[in-house]
Design a binder for this molecule. Structure first.
Ligand SMILES: [Zn+2]
Length: 261
């Protein structure tokens, strides 16, 4: 497998053996080096083309050696059909010899800067319904933490999609991940996504959802909150889907198809 496939899929923390790309000559930390790894291709919603398009890199990328086992790679990707570009940054760890014949690498961090050119692909109705079905199944067999993990995932995907559409940053100016509650608050202030029923305690409910997921709450108590949390999660999804600012994007992402959520 070539490194470009690993970067294109952008799966975090999974180890892949790739073709050698650093050459056999060792390079110390702080050294940058052009590497030929093949073309990285990722899908985004292009705001110029008004549709989901492949964004493609050049074959030669710049790699910065960060330490004996770490490298950093910056990738500029251009829409296949227009001049819009986005940036991706990857930090990779090598589990064996970076300069050997079969380096095994995993992505430990991936950051995207989409600017005004593109937005992330949102989930479609089927994916969201699947998460909800799994939550309901967990609830039926009495698995509180299990069922709430799916509700939380649903909630996070919806909020992050809305954030991308409303240009709410997901990372700090230093490139660190922003706390979810902060992102939710910013998005809600801009486009009001938390249903009225929960306007007072939407954030509190989310933190309860997190406590259960991290195993700090009583299972029975957690199950008793399932129905309210489910209403919150579905309500936020419906609000994002129906928000006029998102109508066009939602159509393109398949959210307009009638689901049974
Ligand atoms: Zn384009």
């Amino acid at each position: 497998m070539r490194l470009s496939s690993v970067l294109s899929d952008a799966v975090l923390l999974k180890l892949f053996e790739v073709e050698p790309f650093m050459g056999s000559k060792k390079a110390s930390w702080g050294t940058s080096k052009p590497v030929e790894v093949g073309t990285v291709t990722r899908q985004y919603y292009c705001k110029e083309c008004n549709s989901v398009r492949p964004f493609i890199s050049k074959k030669k990328l710049n790699c910065l050696v960060s330490g004996p086992d770490f490298i950093s790679i910056d990738v500029v990707l251009k829409c296949l059909d227009c001049e819009n570009t986005v940036e991706n940054w990857f930090l990779l760890r090598c589990a064996n010899d970076l300069f050997g014949q079969a380096p095994s690498v995993s992505i430990v961090y991936c950051n995207e800067h989409l600017g005004t050119s593109a937005s992330s692909l949102g989930p479609n109705n089927e994916q969201m319904q699947d998460l909800l079905d799994r939550a309901d199944l967990g609830r039926r067999v009495g698995l509180a933490a299990g069922s709430l993990i799916y509700l939380r995932k649903h909630f996070e995907i919806t909020t992050h999609t809305a954030a991308a559409g409303a240009n709410v940053p997901l990372t700090t100016s230093k490139g660190r991940r922003r706390p979810f509650a902060e992102i939710l608050k910013d998005v809600d202030e801009m486009i009001s996504i938390i249903p009225h029923e929960f306007s007072e305690d939407g954030y509190r409910l989310f933190s309860e959802l997190s406590e259960v997921v991290h195993g700090d709450a009583n299972e029975e108590l957690a199950l008793s909150k399932f129905d309210a949390l489910r209403r919150l999660v579905v309500g936020v999804f419906e609000n994002v889907k129906n928000n006029s600012e998102f109508t066009k994007a939602a159509n393109d992402l398949g959210w307009n198809t009638k689901g049974n959520i």
